[in-house]
Design a protein around this ligand. Structure first.
Ligand code: ADP
Ligand code: S3P
Ligand code: MG
Length: 171
């Protein structure tokens, strides 16, 4: 595999962070997560950023973090689910690495995010409706930049990571 920057994109609960860490092990590459990078740079967690700076403030920080991370060398980068909302982010992702879209049903997204209170966009009475609305908007954006689309429903994270490593080995 020539290009050694792998960007995982997909909705909340797709497994970008979980599978990204496992994939980095498979590929013997460093693992990075744009949400963690944002929190480290800010010195505050994502709910605080959304609270104080709004989603716009978070998106500005997300683009800055992506700009910096995507210039570094080899890595597996787990992105946040909304990173594709800005065209400049999509351009960076498509130009600077291999993009893998973790396709996941809304049902699985809901199940996998139901216990986690750290996703501000889901702290309401109908997270399934929010996730469906976001997927309707974002699925075409994920697919537009994806080099590979990998289904994750009813598959364990390790098996998905091994599959992606095999796909990349043949690139
Ligand atoms: N393929 C999968 N099958 C079952 N559970 C999963 C799968 N992928 C991720 N999870 C679980 O779903 C939750 C959200 O995963 P996470 O990696 O944080 O997703 P993302 O970073 O895409 O929002 C975690 O508890 C994780 O263990
Ligand atoms: O889909 C989104 O807009 C978001 C997804 C989150 O990351 P994960 O996809 O890793 O949960 C995080 O960036 C923030 O809560 C916003
Ligand atoms: Mg994540």
């Amino acid at each position: 595999m020539q290009l050694k920057k792998v960007f995982l994109v997909g909705p909340m609960g797709a497994g970008k962070t979980t599978i990204g860490r496992l994939l980095a092990q498979e590929l013997n590459l460093p693992f990075k997560d744009s949400d963690r990078e944002i929190e480290e740079r800010t010195g505050a967690d994502i709910p605080w950023i959304f609270d104080v700076e709004g989603e716009e403030g978070f998106r500005n920080r997300e683009t800055s973090a992506l700009e910096a991370l995507s210039q570094q060398s080899d890595m597996v980068l787990a992105t946040g689910g909304g990173i594709v909302m800005r065209a400049e982010n999509r351009t960076l992702l498509a130009a600077r690495g291999i993009v893998v879209y973790l396709a996941t049903s809304v049902e699985q997204q809901v199940l996998r995010t139901s216990k986690d209170r750290k996703r501000p966009l889901l702290q309401n009475e109908d997270p399934a409706a929010v996730l469906q609305k976001l997927l309707d908007i974002r699925d075409p954006l994920y697919r537009d930049i994806a080099d590979y689309v990998v289904e994750t429903d009813n598959r364990n994270p390790k098996a998905v990571a091994i599959d992606i490593a095999a796909l990349l080995a043949n690139k």
